[in-house]
Structures are given as structure tokens and as C-alpha cells.
Design a protein around this ligand. Structure first.
Ligand code: SAH
Length: 342
């Protein structure tokens, strides 16, 4: 029988698991607490009897992540981790220090199969999904390493969270649990390239996280060229789903838009974008594209970005430009794993 990773279980699943092996249900809470603290062996669970610890280690395991590489920015303390999973695969996470608290950007898959043309994470395709416990481990082991509480999470690292839906939802439940890391849903953002089917599923669950949509272009011609997912769910289908999501949850959606020189940054394109988003409870976050070795995309000029913003704001759409943190450690997603693979 394959051993199970206890961190892949929710509390109620852990209770069921314990009952099945003839143990008391209440132990689940004790074990859950220890797991969230980042223990790496059953012997660290000092309020659990030796017998039970032995029994657990025979049929289950505690996943851990090793820090393969760690880069700390001298400018703003942004810390980038290359984590090694138990099977040797690598994922990235980035810890950022903001005035409102410490935020971690985490990965949801090893690699990605979405194929966005400007993105480093997708170049080698998808290797596998992360389990719920492995996603949680990124937060647990980064927090353990920095020795301070992480209060915010953005799911914007490697992978497409809505392409690993069940594990991501279970992770969200566990990271939110007050007995564990206790990170409020309102402090969590999930970013998707637009898998509409699962945006609808997420809406049904009514979890008050912030949804970010990687839009990057307002027309099918252009978006289809840089984001293959657009061939499955086109721009209007995506925006309609977002409108319904906002109506149902009453939560503002954030649209991510990478500014790529000469590709998607003209004022004409800004006008089309403004028309499509007008009146919606949303906000646009512009990201000057990170130049990836394997692609030919270049950042838009600052002046062009300003013109683009002016068009959006004229339509009443709040627009921000993402502040670049950790510029000295190349903290952008997917690039550390790539450089390690090369
Ligand atoms: N798969 C999810 C989350 C991971 S990517 C998604 O697509 O949203 C996190 C964000 O970074 C997305 O908005 C993505 O489009 C963007 N991104 C990817 N590569 C980038 C690059 N080279 N420069 C700027 N943003 C990039």
C-alpha cells in the first residue's frame, strides 16, 4: 500500500483516516497543528503517543520541501526559493515584504501546459500537479525559513491553479483553517489564464478569495496568438464569466495585463479593452513583460504605458502598474527553475 501524505488531507479526512485505524477522532486536530508547524518527523509530535506515532509512520508520511536555492534581494529583502520536492522536481516561491504584511507567491504545478507565449514556466510543458500538501509546504517551509508569519498568498507562481482544481481547493481549505496557518481567504489571490469551466466551479464554492484573470489582450486574434487557452475559451466568454462571478460574489476582479512592446500596448487596443471592461467591478494591473531568454518579447516603453493607462482611466477603470520587487534577483516566475534545468 502506498503511504499517504498526511498534509494532503483536510481535518475531516484526517478524522476519518484515524477512525479507520482504530484511533480517536480528536487526534486529527493535534496532528493537523503539528503538520502546519512544519514538523518533518512523527517524533516531533510530542503529545501523540509513541505507539500512534509508529502506527502513523508505517502507513503515512510527512512531506517536506528542501531549499535547493535561495536568493535574497539586497534592495527589498524579496526572497526567492527554488524548492525541491520529494521526487526531485523543483518549484519556485517568492516571499515579498509589504507594509501590510508578508506575501508569498506560490506554484501550483511542476511546469505548466497552458503555453502562454511570453511565460517561462510553460516552456518545458507540464510535469505534474502539486498535491494539496505540497502546495501548503511552500508556505510552511518558507515561513519556517524566514521565521516570521506569512499573512498573504498569491497563487501566481509556476502552473495554472485552475488546471489543478481539486488539489488547489483542498489547499485553500487547509491553509485557511484556524488550527493551521490560518490565512484568511480575503488575503489570498488566485490567478488564472482563464479556464472558464473552473471559474464557474469556483464561483459555486463561494470562497471569498480574490480572483485575478490573466487577460493580456482584449481581442481573440491577439489573445489567441499569445495565449492558446483563448482557443478553448474566447475573450467574450471569459469576460462574461467574470461578470457573473462579480455579480454572484460581489468581489472585485483583477485583470492582469502584461505590456509587450508593439504587441498589445497601443492606445487603440486600450480603447477596445476599456470598452469590454467598462462598468464592471474590476481593476487592471499592468505588468511590463519580464524579458525571458527564450522569447523575443520586449517591455513596453514607460511613455506607452502611461498612454495606455490614460485611456483606461478615462473610462473609469482603475489601473495600476505592478511594482517590480527583487529586481536584483530576477524574481520573476519560472526563470529560476529554467536556469536550474539548463
Ligand atoms: N497560470 C496562472 C498563474 C501563473 S502566472 C495565470 O496564468 O494567471 C502569473 C502571472 O504572470 C500571469 O498573469 C501571467 O500571465 C504572468 N506572466 C507570465 N510570464 C510573464 C512574463 N514574462 N512577464 C510578465 N508577466 C508574466
Amino acid at each position: 500500500m502506498e503511504k499517504i501524505n498526511l498534509k494532503d488531507l483536510t481535518i475531516s479526512e484526517l478524522e476519518g483516516f484515524l477512525e479507520k485505524i482504530g484511533e480517536k477522532k480528536f487526534r486529527a486536530k493535534q496532528i493537523f497543528k503539528w503538520l502546519s508547524l512544519g514538523v518533518v518527523s512523527f517524533d516531533e509530535m510530542t503529545d501523540i503517543s509513541k505507539d500512534l506515532r509508529k502506527k502513523l509512520s508505517d502507513i503515512s508520511f510527512i512531506s517536506k520541501m528542501e531549499i535547493e536555492r535561495k536568493l535574497v534581494s539586497k534592495i527589498d529583502k524579496t526572497t526567492k526559493y527554488l524548492f525541491k520536492l520529494s521526487d526531485g522536481n523543483m518549484v519556485e516561491a517568492v516571499v515579498m515584504y509589504y507594509k501590510h504584511g508578508i506575501t508569498i507567491c506560490i506554484s501550483s504545478q511542476v511546469g505548466c501546459r497552458m503555453g502562454c507565449k511570453f511565460c517561462a514556466s510553460t516552456i518545458g510543458g507540464l510535469v505534474r500537479n502539486l498535491s494539496a500538501g505540497e502546495i501548503l509546504d511552500e508556505v510552511i517551509f518558507a515561513q519556517k525559513d524566514i521565521g516570521e508569519r506569512i499573512s498573504n498568498i498569491v497563487m501566481m507562481g509556476i502552473g495554472e491553479p485552475l488546471d489543478n482544481f481539486d488539489n488547489v481547493i483542498k489547499f485553500l481549505e487547509n491553509v485557511n483553517n484556524p488550527l493551521g496557518l490560518n490565512i484568511g481567504y480575503r488575503h489570498i489571490s488566485l490567478s488564472t489564464c482563464g479556464i472558464v469551466k473552473n471559474i464557474v466551479e469556483l464561483e459555486k464554492l463561494n470562497i471569498p478569495i480574490t480572483l485575478s484573470i490573466s487577460l493580456h489582450a482584449p481581442t481573440d486574434d491577439l489573445r489567441g496568438e499569445i495565449m492558446p487557452v483563448n482557443n478553448a475559451y474566447n475573450v467574450d466568454t471569459l469576460i462574461d464569466a467574470c461578470k457573473r462571478y462579480v455579480e454572484k460574489t460581489n468581489r472585485r476582479i483583477s485583470f492582469e495585463y502584461t505590456m509587450i512592446k508593439g504587441v498589445n500596448d497601443s492606445e487603440n487596443i486600450a480603447r477596445i479593452l476599456a470598452k469590454k471592461l467598462k462598468g464592471m467591478l474590476c481593476h487592471v494591473n499592468l505588468i511590463p513583460v519580464n524579458e525571458v531568454d527564450e522569447t523575443h518579447f520586449k517591455k513596453s516603453d514607460t511613455k506607452q504605458i502611461e498612454k495606455f493607462i490614460a485611456v483606461l482611466e478615462k473610462s473609469g477603470i482603475t489601473t495600476t502598474v505592478r511594482r517590480k520587487l527583487g529586481s536584483d534577483i530576477n524574481a520573476s516566475c519560472g526563470q529560476l527553475r529554467r536556469s536550474n534545468m539548463k
